[in-house]
Design a protein around this ligand. Sequence first.
Ligand code: F6R
Ligand code: MG
Ligand code: MG
Length: 365
Amino acid sequence: MKITLSVIKADIGSLAGHHTVHPNQIEVAKERLNEAKKTDLIKDFYVSAVGDDLQLIMTHTKGVNSSEIHTLAWETFKEVTEKVSKKLKLYAAGQDLLSTAFSGNLKGMGPGVAEAEIEERVSEPIVIFMADKTEPGAWNLPLYRIFADPFNTAGLIIDEKLHTGFTYRVMDVMEDRVVDLHTPDESYDLLALIGTTGRYVIQSVYRRSDNLLAAVASTARLSLIAGRYVGKDDPVMFVRAQHGLPAVGEVLEPFAFPHLVAGWMRGSHNGPLMPVSLKNAKCTRFDGPPRVAALGFQLNEGMLVGPADLFDDPAFDRARSLANEVADYMRRHGPFMPARLGPEEMEYTTLASVLKKMEGRFKPS
Ligand code: F6R
Ligand code: MG
Ligand code: MG
């Protein structure tokens, strides 16, 4: 059975600054999607939140880039903005709804989209990752490790179905173009690109032996769309697991290392990505540190069975503790690079206007 999974997210305002989504926002989104389920527009849904971002997880049979589904998501975000964010004067109400003229496709409109049409397997475990206070390039390191690093994924060595490797589709977000690279043979080429996380972003991953889609990520860059700083793009992605794909444990394993990602305070700092349960998916210290939650589902004829809150586990305590140590260390740098991002990234933040004011005071040395 062919099913489309659409994970669509937006920051449309939050409680206590950029801290957390308000429960009423989740309620209104649920009501709207429940109506859509009753009319069979969607098969099933789950509404989640990480930090100040609201995620609509939907299954349907309309395929990717369906204007009906994108319109449903857009209208849901609008309704939540009007009925809750604005009414309660939540902070930055409607922030990510950048366009005033929505045309039926969310590309370039602000919300982040990870979606794919898949043939549901006999059993279909899927892990949905949602991050706050970071950007799509944050998935590069874990996606590399899941599908290309045998020190992470034992199956690459010992399972015939994984052994032939994976194809990565990498997007150049500056030029809006993509390139396909095959691992293991082109691993070094792949790493040459995706190490530059602010520009080259993994969009999707396919199993080489049969081109089966294994992972999809959101790649929206708000600042590039709006031409100004609008907050980071707090990405989502989903990964299919097991039976000839990495096991759920192999999919989660890279997050046992809280790698440095761009984002955190004012979208301008490098900080450790802390894996957390949904109950701790709220940013506090220095508006962070950046956080990631993981929800596990089983698809059942398009219905979402679950979720399992996968980082709600003491096995990730050490990663959280290390993330706190790294946060201490990074914070002691104050406004200095590399704790603060470099000039290319800062161009899209409010620093640009501060620097502009000083421009006239420079004279030849
Ligand atoms: C980061 C983020 C926050 C804000 C910060 C300042 O993605 O959203 O760290 O950048 O709280 O916000 P404003 O300028 O709205 O006061
Ligand atoms: Mg916000
Ligand atoms: Mg956010």
